[in-house]
Design a protein around this ligand. Sequence first.
Ligand SMILES: [Zn+2]
Length: 141
Amino acid sequence: MTVARFWRETLRRYNLGASKCPECQAVFFPPRSVCPNCSVHRKSLTKMEACQLSGRGEVYSYTTVHEAADGFEMQVPYVLALVKMAEGPMLTGQIVDVDPKDIREGLPVRATFRRLRADGDDGVIHYGYKFALENGAAAKK
Ligand SMILES: [Zn+2]
């Protein structure tokens, strides 16, 4: 398995698993076992289908964080964005590898799998999704 394949598989397995309602086609992340849109009729109960988000989306809104939360001190300033995924769900995540002044609403982004933080000097390393601009997105302004 190539390194790229490994990371794609890991991303799929641990991060962007969602669920889809077969009645109204709504996609939920994190996955839900019942569709809130259809719950009145309980049609979705036990019928929700597992699916994966493509990882593609666009910046819906964003803020630049200057005061870091514990464990993020080395990363300020960084951009925290609300990303509307291609499938519909909204995800909150950090935008990496970008100058905060280059971010704007509507920019296409893609989920990327990164180290979030480490607990202590030799502690557990947490991985998760962040977002990066699609290639060339910032250059097109
Ligand atoms: Zn539904």
